[in-house]
Design a protein around this ligand. Structure first.
Ligand code: NDP
Ligand code: ZN
Length: 471
């Protein structure tokens, strides 16, 4: 069969490959509508390493031509929407529950391109069809549905990670198709002021239609100052869907203590995040940093389709160019690669050793990078460390899964109040913990405060915690 893909890095073209075969749980689909994505062009240029003889494409609507004998929900002839990430639902990363994008490895649920041929083919393979396909609803236009499989799922993931709520001040950095979907999703989740950052005139217009209240042009200078001037200070949430490693530092300077930064951007492997510790409140400002990858699966896409079916969002605004016929895949792909200013999205007709959690309660700015190298995709790093103001976090983008491994980074400061302490005391009262093990040195009398303090300052090796009994 014929397919359009990467002959060798930098050299796209038509390939001849055998028709894929369905396993017992799988389906073979004939595409009727596909769209190229910036990740396809990135892959073609070697962004995922030295690849050759691979069919491109991961956004498709199609017709089922064949199903494996254990598939029960689909049959030949069904019109289906195909998520761009199709998890192995047996994978540990999925069973763990938080994110389905990392089934057996970071970003492992992205099968097209990385584990097998993509959808720019006469036929393509879908693993675990019952869980990964969804029927095209009668009342949703195929081209509108096509936008759910990657652009909407990713943009909305940014909104979910940011936990946008009623009246929040939200910034969306980048208003390509992913950022535009983040703007629309943030508006649906009740954002108050919604500041979008980008320049392309047609994207700016659509961002406003989707609910952006203000636009910032990053070419006009410092986006932190521009955002703070418009918002009258810091914002609750920053969603990153464009920009580069510096954007993450800028986001920290815009977001308030207790706020969230949610990134769905794909950072270049050559870059390094360089963030002064003070920008992250010396580790203690409770600014959560999350970065994720497009979730997939039939249930998620059916929920996104429900938003379309009930008129909550018109995704067809993203589509600027339409092509017809299988052979036009080439023209559409090459246009995407060139990215003219008016292009948003085009359509054509046809852990072995890693741990779950790292808690940092010591160390220095390097410790945060080390924690990223220990934690698995979907894991959490929680820091209660006090970083020195003179230090800078220097983290290569790859350590954070190029921004997409759903490794959450949280850093907080001791919570207080009577209720909290009464709950901690309840743990002591009911024998759940003996905190006195921490006390290594005991002093008596008010004047002994001096001796205890000076001992704390010297920190002898046997010291954990000194206490002074005044009364
Ligand atoms: P586009 O290239 O279409 O859009 C990028 C946006 O970022 C544009 O609005 C652009 O502005 C803006 N931008 C560029 N440079 C800067 C800068 N220095 N500061 C601020 N804004 C800037 O990309 P897509 O919408 O297709 O994708 C967005 C990102 O999401 C990409 O990194 C893509 O690879 C990634 N992605 C991630 C997925 C995931 O699962 N996590 C899935 C799909 C995509 P302008 O208006 O001037 O062009
Ligand atoms: Zn994509």
């Amino acid at each position: 069969m014929k397919g359009y893909g990467v002959i060798s890095i930098g050299n796209p073209g038509w390939l001849e490959k055998p028709k894929p075969v369905a396993g017992e749980l799988d389906a073979i689909v004939r595409p009727t509508l596909v769209a190229p994505c910036s990740s396809d062009t990135h892959f073609m240029h070697g962004g995922s390493g030295d690849k050759n003889n691979v069919i491109l494409g991961h956004e498709a609507i199609g017709v089922v031509v064949e199903v494996g004998k254990l598939v029960t929900k689909f049959k030949a002839g069904d019109k289906v929407v195909v998520p761009c990430t199709t998890p192995d639902w047996f994978g540990e990363g999925v069973q763990d529950g938080r994110y389905n994008s990392h089934d057996n490895a970071p970003l492992g649920s992205f099968k097209f391109l990385s584990a097998k041929d993509g959808v720019f083919a006469e036929y393509f393979h879908v693993n675990m069809a019952d869980a990964n396909l969804v029927k095209l609803p009668d009342n949703v236009k195929p081209e509108a549905a096509l936008m759910t499989v990657d652009m909407m799922s990713t943009g909305f993931h940014g909104v979910e990670l940011a936990e946008v709520g009623f009246g929040h001040k939200v910034v969306v950095v980048g208003i390509g198709p992913v950022g535009l979907m983040a703007v629309a999703g943030a508006a649906l989740r009740g954002a108050g002021q919604l500041i979008a950052i980008g320049t392309r005139p047609n994207c700016v217009k659509i961002a406003k239609e989707y609910g952006a209240t203000d636009i910032v042009n990053y070419k006009d200078g410092d986006i932190v100052k521009q955002v703070k001037d418009i918002a009258g200070g810091s914002v609750d949430k920053v969603i990153i869907a464009g920009g580069n490693a510096e954007t993450l530092r800028d986001a920290m300077l815009m977001v308030k203590a207790g706020g969230v930064i949610a990134s769905v951007n794909y950072y270049d492997i050559s870059e390094t995040f360089s963030i002064p510790t003070w920008a992250w409140g010396l580790g203690m400002a409770n600014i959560d940093v999350r970065g994720g990858f497009c979730p997939g699966g039939g249930l998620r896409i059916s929920r996104l389709l429900a938003l379309l079916a009930h008129g909550r969002i018109d995704t067809t605004k993203l589509i600027t160019h339409r092509f017809n016929g299988f052979d036009a895949i080439e023209e559409a792909f090459l246009l995407m690669d060139k990215k003219p200013a008016d292009l948003i999205k085009q359509v054509k007709d046809i852990a072995g050793g890693s741990v779950d959690k790292v808690i940092i309660a010591g160390g220095n700015a390097e410790t945060l990078r080390d924690a990223m190298l220990m934690v698995k995709a979907g894991g959490v790093i929680a820091s209660v460390n006090y970083y020195d103001i003179s230090e800078t976090f220097s983290i290569p983008t790859w350590a954070w899964g190029l921004g997409m491994a759903n490794i959450d980074v949280r850093g907080g400061f001791c919570p207080g109040g009577g209720l909290r302490i009464s709950r901690l005391l309840a743990l002591l009262a009911h024998g759940r913990i003996d905190t006195t093990k921490l006390i290594t040195h005991r002093f008596n009398g008010f004047d002994a405060i001096e001796e205890a303090f000076l001992l704390m300052d010297k920190k002898p090796a046997d010291l954990i915690k000194p206490v002074v009994f005044i009364d």
